[in-house]
Design a protein around this ligand. Structure first.
Ligand code: TRP
Ligand code: ZN
Length: 469
């Protein structure tokens, strides 16, 4: 789903202006192929033009012993141009069949750009909904483009499924860009005794001849990089958070004791309450976690409504991932190079929670701590202008990004800063965002020009001068 930019396309205006046909862009142009890139600077091959995904239905089967993933992804999309052909991002197991609106469609696998190029038997009309079904089977191969493994990662008895930034395409075809959000249904069958933990709400868990089928539904649109389908043996517990939010936690038995000791999962209701109060109401209808006992993987990831932790998290880590529900999951990136809007914000919120609960220093102390860093390599990374994939999740994106917000808080005062965060969340949930939109809102709230401040903190390849701290 994409929120269209404002345009002169209301039927009334078109009629008044006598522009029908021309304005609607339907002047008998021949259907043409959709663009094969969304022109993301960091990931130039991701994204596909000419359509907008509304829904993913992923009907999958996973056999951990054979590491075999099979099934059909059914994508409902709406054409945004007359389409003779279109592509999906895909780097998963072998494809055996593709249909468009139920009719077999020729498909070409373009390995270089990790795409499926699909030719519908009849061209798709602009504005029309259409349904693509892709059937595939084989061993998924995670990728690694920005540090940690991304994608469908087989473990001894299950799978860890982390899609950020571009790993979703290793387990299902789609429009693998953060800004084309869609609802999702995951129907996954696994051998008996295993659990599947997805996003959203568990609709059903049905035993069958070949295993148990779990149906997870997330009807609040989510980006592909936030989709998950974790498989393992878990202890499941459900509870209720602030405002009645249902919380679904799945913890690997081997991580259970440490999960209690670390206390992060138990702190979820408190964290949700603190952030809801500070940023605005929690964006989704459910929450919770999957906790693995895979410490070697060493990550935490903010999958929408249900973050994943590779091992038992502390409250600070959980605060980071839950902060992403507001900043990253609800408020969405337009392009990956603005990743500090996710990571800088989540890190600042983590400082805030830590300080709030007096587990750690006030947020101001964290800013001073960052400013004590003397490493030239750290300051050489500009949070809002990462030059490569290697810089996307650099420590500077997190810590200098968070320090930017804390320095801004010092500059404009806590009241205006709070207003800024609340407005950023409330007003920018609907459409993908950029750093420019944030700095513009900051200037509006502050009532003054902040260009030199943001240049020093977000774009310069050196430590900001004293007057900006
Ligand atoms: N976004 C994650 C965080 O909360 C970090 C991350 C980036 C990640 N890419 C990942 C985690 C890939 C797991 C896999 O900071
Ligand atoms: Zn993060």
């Amino acid at each position: 789903m994409r929120v269209p930019s404002r345009s002169v396309s209301s039927p009334l205006l078109v009629a008044l202006l006598g522009l029908s046909g021309v304005a609607a862009g339907s002047a008998a142009a021949a259907p043409s192929p959709g663009a094969e890139s969304a022109k993301d600077r960091i990931y130039p091959t991701i994204g596909n033009g000419g359509y907008d995904v509304q829904h993913y239905d992923l009907a999958l089967d996973y056999r951990p012993a054979a590491k075999r993933l099979s099934g059909t992804a059914t994508i409902t999309a709406r054409a945004t141009q007359d389409l003779s052909r279109f592509t999906l991002d895909y780097a998963g197991p072998a494809v055996s069949a593709v249909t468009v609106d139920g009719r077999p469609a020729p498909v070409l696998r373009v390995r270089r750009t990790r795409k499926l190029r699909i030719t519908p038997p009849v061209p798709i009309t602009s504005g029309a909904p259409f349904v693509v079904a892709v059937t595939y089977a084989g061993r998924p191969r995670p990728t690694s483009t920005a540090g940690p493994d991304e994608g469908f990662i087989p473990t001894r008895r299950g799978a860890v499924v982390t899609s950020e930034p571009v790993g979703a395409k290793t387990w299902f075809p789609g429009n693998d860009v953060p800004f084309d959000k869609a609802a999702y249904t995951l129907r996954m069958t696994v051998p008996r005794g295993l659990d599947v933990v997805g996003n959203g709400v568990l609709r059903s868990k049905v035993p069958g001849a070949t295993g148990t089928t779990f149906t997870w539904v997330e009807d609040q649109p989510l980006s592909t990089y936030l989709m998950t389908a974790n498989v393992g043996r878990f202890r499941v517990s459900t509870s209720t958070g602030p405002g009645g939010i249902p919380i679904y936690d799945a913890v690997a038995p081997a991580a259970a004791e440490q999960t209690r000791e670390e206390g992060g999962i138990a702190a979820q209701p408190d964290i949700l309450a603190v952030f809801s109060k500070r940023f605005g109401a929690y964006p989704f209808t459910t929450s919770g976690s999957t906790v693995f006992d895979e410490p070697a993987l060493g990550f935490a990831l903010e999958n929408q409504s249900r973050p994943t932790y590779s091992s038992a998290p502390d409250a600070s880590t959980v605060a980071h991932e839950l902060a992403h529900q507001w900043f990253g999951d609800a408020v969405t990136l337009r392009r990956w190079s603005d990743i500090w809007l996710n990571e800088g914000f989540a890190t600042w919120a983590q400082w805030y929670y830590d300080a709030h609960r007096k587990y750690y220093f006030p947020t101001r102390a964290n800013l001073r701590g960052v400013l004590r860093i003397e490493d030239r390599a750290f300051w050489n990374v500009a949070p809002a202008a990462p030059r490569s994939r290697a810089e996307l999740f650099d420590g500077a994106v997190y810590f200098r990004g968070a320090a930017t917000l804390e320095a801004l808080r010092g500059r404009i005062g806590d009241a205006r800063f709070t207003t800024l965060l609340r407005r950023w969340y409330a007003e920018h949930r609907a459409a993908p965002t950029t750093t420019r939109q944030f700095t513009a809102l900051a200037e509006e709230v502050a009532g003054r020009d902040l260009t030199p401040f943001f240049r020093a903190w977000l774009y310069a390849h050196r430590k900001p001068a004293k007057r900006f701290r």
